[in-house]
Design a protein around this ligand. Structure first.
Ligand SMILES: Cc1cc2nc3c(=O)[nH]c(=O)nc-3n(C[C@H](O)[C@H](O)[C@H](O)COP(=O)(O)OP(=O)(O)OC[C@H]3O[C@@H](n4cnc5c(N)ncnc54)[C@H](O)[C@@H]3O)c2cc1C
Length: 423
């Protein structure tokens, strides 16, 4: 921080152990013993890390990309995919959510950047079919020795992502990609990009491909950072594919298979973003709840002024608890039903709708909650003495990442149509 204004007592009480403690007490009856043991193990690793980087000053000056290998070593990048080279980690959507929330309370931007690498991990984990090169990429990404990004959006194709214009052309070995993608989280810092393109722009569904490109290759991708002031530590890019060759060994979906994979990835991606929104709300809430019980004005803790305690803290606490319970239920449903529902078309698969609904709901709540809690902390809320401004920053982009509210609500409106027809 530039200059400390907070009293030592308040600053010291806002330590990470205390913040995890408040979160854990809220989870007391929502998590089972195994979940709590996992949370506690991951939290201890993060507390050690936080002390090592020097607390808030370390977070303010962080180069996120220096810490991917630390996160990977501790299984803090992903818990939904099996690790080909490790069998000591809990895997599943519930374990992933606990990992996610642990990271969200530690550092919201690091957590988001790791999440974008996971978007490259997911398709490689599911479509490497005995290919050693892809298996190596998967291990490198899970271990955080390489950084990944996903390239779907284009300058002229955002919400209408399926109708992409970036072209693929068949080559003797794999295909060649030409065109520009944009808003790709991590791409300026990334080693590996998972990219989508089409052979025929008139038939994107039937000709969509997906492949893996390496920046280090002669014919790989390159990226230029774009400015997104609300997340100053995350590198988000314009990603350029100029005769980028994807050898057959790195093709994860050809001749329309890319379209299937695009949709297969959207459900875990949107549940993941919803989980991040909820975890980051806990991060913001733990800070504001400590502050409001220690800060006094007019001779009273500000929590006891009804306008702060009831109208803000208690109001958003109740909304956050409701979102948390809903998300945990969705994670359990996903773990139980994903294989059974996998073959259904997106309009018939209830997980597609649940994921969109949860993403839309939590994104708006995250923004609303953070604005209110930040201002319940007065001037302190906007300074660099706590992580609050970083939560506020991520909450600014929560709506647009993974598709805006209208895209999620479009899916929701089609679901209503299907439900009525089915009934
Ligand atoms: C910080 C950040 C990180 C991102 N990370 C990635 C990433 O890692 N990889 C990646 O590929 N992309 C990424 N994106 C891109 C993101 O998915 C797109 O920005 C998003 O899908 C919206 O596309 P757009 O920006 O082109 O907006 P547009 O599609 O142009 O939308 C503009 C407005 O029109 C509305 N709209 C559009 N179509 C309709 C419709 N049919 N009905 C009603 N309203 C509509 C939208 O809701 C929005 O309000 C990221 C974006 C940001 C800002």
């Amino acid at each position: 921080m530039k200059t400390q204004l907070l009293a030592d007592e308040i600053l010291n009480t806002m330590n990470l152990r205390k913040r995890y403690g408040i979160f854990n007490n809220n989870m007391m009856f929502l998590l089972n013993d195994d979940d709590k043991a996992l949370a506690s193990e991951l939290q201890e690793t993060c507390i050690e890390f936080d002390e090592k980087i020097g607390g808030i000053s370390g977070h303010n000056n962080m180069n996120l990309y220096d810490h991917f290998s630390w996160a990977g070593k501790h299984g803090l990048i992903n818990r939904t995919n099996d690790y080909p080279h490790r069998d000591d980690l809990h895997i599943g959507m519930k374990a992933e959510i606990i990992r996610q929330w642990t990271m969200d309370i530690l550092n919201p931007q690091l957590s988001l950047a790791l999440g974008a690498s996971v978007l490259a991990i997911n398709p490689i984990a599911h479509h490497n079919e005995g290919r050693e090169n892809l298996r190596k990429d998967l291990v490198d990404l899970l271990d955080g020795n390489k950084i990944g990004c996903i390239c779907i959006t284009e300058p002229e194709r955002g919400s209408d992502a399926v109708n992409m214009t970036v072209k693929a052309e068949k080559a003797d070995d794999g295909f060649i990609i030409n065109g520009i993608k944009c808003y790709n989280t991590n791409s300026p810092a990334a080693d590996i990009a998972v990219v989508y393109a089409v052979y025929n722009t008139e038939d994107p569904r039937g000709t969509m491909v997906q492949g893996v490109s390496h920046k280090a290759w002669d014919k790989g991708f390159r990226a230029e950072r774009i400015g997104i002031p609300s997340v100053p530590h995350i590198q988000i890019g314009k990603t350029i594919f100029n005769d980028a060759h994807i050898p057959a060994d790195y093709v994860t979906g050809d001749d329309g298979k890319g379209y299937e994979i695009l949709f297969e990835g959207l459900v875990p991606e949107r549940i993941g973003i919803a989980a991040l929104n909820v975890g980051q709300m806990w991060g913001a809430f733990t800070i504001a709840s400590i502050y409001s019980t220690l800060r006094k004005q007019f001779g009273e803790k500000i929590l006891l002024h009804q306008a702060v305690g009831m109208s803000v803290l208690a109001k958003y606490h109740s909304r956050l608890m409701a979102a948390t319970m809903a998300l945990l239920k969705l994670a359990e449903t996903y773990d139980e039903k994903k294989d059974e529902l996998a073959g259904l078309p997106p309009t018939m698969n209830p997980l597609v709708a649940f994921a969109s609904q949860m993403k839309e709901f939590t994104s708006y709540l995250y923004h609303d909650l953070t604005y209110e809690l930040m201002h319940a902390m007065g001037g302190t809320g906007v300074t660099d003495q706590t992580l609050m401004p970083y939560y506020q920053g991520v909450s600014e982009i929560a709506e647009v990442v993974g598709g805006t509210r209208n895209v999620q609500l479009l899916i929701g409106s089609r679901t209503i149509n299907t439900m009525v027809k089915m009934s």
